[in-house]
Design a protein around this ligand. Structure first.
Ligand code: NDP
Ligand code: MG
Length: 387
C-alpha cells in the first residue's frame, strides 16, 4: 500500500526535495495534496509531476491565477482551495515544509487529525510548544522531525535505548555557517549575499540567514527540548563544519551514538515518510575513502549571540519562544530587504525579549497573539534603528 502524503510548502527547498523523495519511490509514496504561498507557476509544475489532486494557495490573487494555469495545462480536475488544513485528515503523512510561523495551522491540524506530521517547519513547534504538546497524544498522531539534527537524534534514540532515564545529553551539531571564525568587527559590513552563501547546505533564505547568526541552532535547541523532553542544561551544541555528523546522543554510561551521512535533506525527509521502516533510496551515502577529517569545536557564543538568546527564551518558556521567533522573522526580513545590518539582528531580538513579560499560552489564539506582539515590538525596534 502506498503512503499518501500532503505537502505544505511544495515549492521551497524542503518541498522540492520531498517531491524528489516521493517520485524516486512511487511504489511506496504518493503526493495527494500540496500547498504554496504565492508561487503558483512552480506549484502547477509540482502538481503535474506528482499528480496531486488538491492545490491550496494561501495568496488570494494567486489562487485564481492557479485555476487558470491548471485549466490551460489540461489539469482542470485539480481542486484549488485556500487552505490545506482540512485535507490533513485525508492522508497518512503531512510534510510541513512551510517557512516561518505561517506553518502553525498545518502542524496543529495534522496532529489534531491524528496523523503523522513530518515536521520541517520548526518555527511552529518552537512558538507553540505549550499548545502543540497536548495534541501529540491525539490517537494516531505522531511527530517525526525532518530537521536533520532532530532526525539524527530520533535515529540515535531509536537505536540506543527504550529508557529515557538513560539519556545523559543531546549534542546538536552546527556547521557554524558562512561566518564561522570571523570577529564582530569583520562582520559589521556583511551583505545579503554573504549571509546567503552557506558552506554545506542549500536552503531557503530565512533558514540560511538563521544559520549565519546561529539563531537556527538556538531554535533547534528549543526544538530538541520540545521533541524529546530533555532539559535545557542537558542539550549541548558543538560546531562541526563538515556537516557529516548530524547530531549525537550521550547515554549515562558515557557511550555516545551519532548519526552520519553526507549533508542531504532527502535522507531525513525519506526517514520521516517511511517511519517506522527505512527509506529504500540511498540519499547522502558516505564514501569513507574520501570523506576526510571530521572536526569539532565549541561555538563562538560572544560573536553569535542569537544562540544564547534563543536558549534563554526556551528557558523562560511560555510564550517567550513565540516572541523570540517572531522578532527574529521580522529582523531577518529587514536584513534581507536591506533595512537592517546583519549584526543588528541579535540586537532586535534581544531588545524585544528583554521587554517581554512571559505568559503561558493556553490556546492557538494566545500563540497567534504572542507572535503578533513580537512582530509589532520588533518592527518598532527595526524602525528606530533605521531612523
Ligand atoms: P523556502 O523558503 O525554500 O520555502 C518555503 C515554502 O513555504 C515555499 O513553498 C513557500 O511558498 C511556502 N509558503 C510560504 N508561506 C506559505 C503559506 N502561508 N502557506 C503555504 N505555503 C507557504 O523554505 P525552506 O524549504 O528552506 O524551509 C522550510 C522549513 O523547513 C523552514 O521552517 C525551515 O526552517 C525548515 N528547514 C529547512 C531546511 C532546508 O534544508 N531548507 C533544513 C531544516 C529545516 P512560495 O514559494 O509561494 O513562497
Ligand atoms: Mg537543522
Amino acid at each position: 500500500m502506498t503512503v499518501s502524503v500532503a505537502l505544505a510548502g511544495c515549492t521551497g527547498s524542503i518541498g522540492r526535495q520531498t517531491v524528489e523523495v516521493v517520485t524516486a519511490d512511487p511504489d511506496r509514496f504518493r503526493i495527494d495534496a500540496v500547498s504554496v504561498g504565492s508561487s503558483v507557476a512552480d506549484a502547477v509544475q509540482v502538481v503535474a509531476t506528482t499528480g496531486a489532486r488538491v492545490l491550496a494557495v494561501a495568496d488570494e490573487a494567486a489562487r485564481s491565477t492557479a485555476r487558470d494555469m491548471l485549466n490551460d495545462a489540461g489539469m482542470g480536475h485539480v481542486e484549488v482551495v485556500d487552505d490545506l488544513a482540512p485535507v490533513c485528515s485525508e492522508v497518512d503523512v503531512v510534510v510541513n515544509a512551510v517557512v516561518g510561523f505561517a506553518g502553525l495551522d498545518i502542524t496543529v491540524a495534522t496532529l489534531a487529525a491524528g496523523r503523522r506530521l513530518a515536521l520541517a517547519n520548526k518555527e511552529s513547534l518552537i512558538a507553540a510548544g505549550p499548545v502543540v504538546q497536548p495534541l501529540r497524544s491525539t490517537p494516531g498522531a505522531e511527530l517525526i522531525p525532518v530537521d536533520s539534527e532532530h532526525s539524527a537524534l530520533h535515529q540515535c534514540l531509536r537505536s540506543g535505548t527504550p529508557d529515557a532515564g538513560e539519556v545523559e545529553r543531546l549534542i546538536l551539531t552546527a556547521s557554524g555557517g558562512p561566518f564561522r571564525g570571523r570577529t564582530l568587527d569583520e562582520l559589521a559590513q556583511v551583505r545579503r549575499e554573504d549571509a546567503l552563501a552557506h558552506p554545506t547546505w542549500a536552503m531557503g533564505p530565512k533558514i540560511t540567514v538563521d544559520s549565519s547568526t546561529l539563531m537556527n541552532k538556538g531554535l533547534e535547541v528549543i526544538e530538541a527540548h520540545e521533541l524529546f523532553a530533555v532539559p535545557y542544561d542537558r542539550i549541548d551544541v558543538v560546531v562541526h563544519p563538515q556537516s557529516v555528523v548530524h547530531s549525537m546522543v550521550e547515554f549515562t554510561d558515557a557511550s555516545t551514538i551519532a548519526q552520519l551521512s553526507m549533508p542531504d535533506m532527502r535522507l531525513p525527509i525519506a526517514y520521516a515518510l517511511a517511519w517506522p521502516q527505512r527509506g529504500g533510496t540511498p540519499f547522502g551515502r558516505i564514501d569513507w575513502a574520501t570523506v576526510g577529517s571530521l572536526t569539532f569545536e565549541g561555538p563562538d557564543r560572544a560573536t553569535f549571540r542569537c544562540l544564547d538568546l534563543a536558549i534563554a527564551a526556551g528557558r523562560m518558556g511560555g510564550d517567550a519562544p513565540a516572541v523570540l521567533s517572531a522578532a527574529n522573522e521580522v529582523a531577518v526580513e529587514a536584513f534581507l530587504d536591506g533595512r537592517l545590518g546583519w549584526a543588528a539582528i541579535s540586537d532586535v531580538v534581544s531588545r524585544v525579549l528583554d521587554a517581554h513579560d512571559v505568559a503561558v499560552p493556553g490556546t492557538v489564539g494566545d500563540v497567534i497573539d504572542a507572535d503578533r506582539r513580537g512582530r509589532i515590538a520588533a518592527a518598532a525596534v527595526v524602525a528606530q534603528m533605521a531612523a
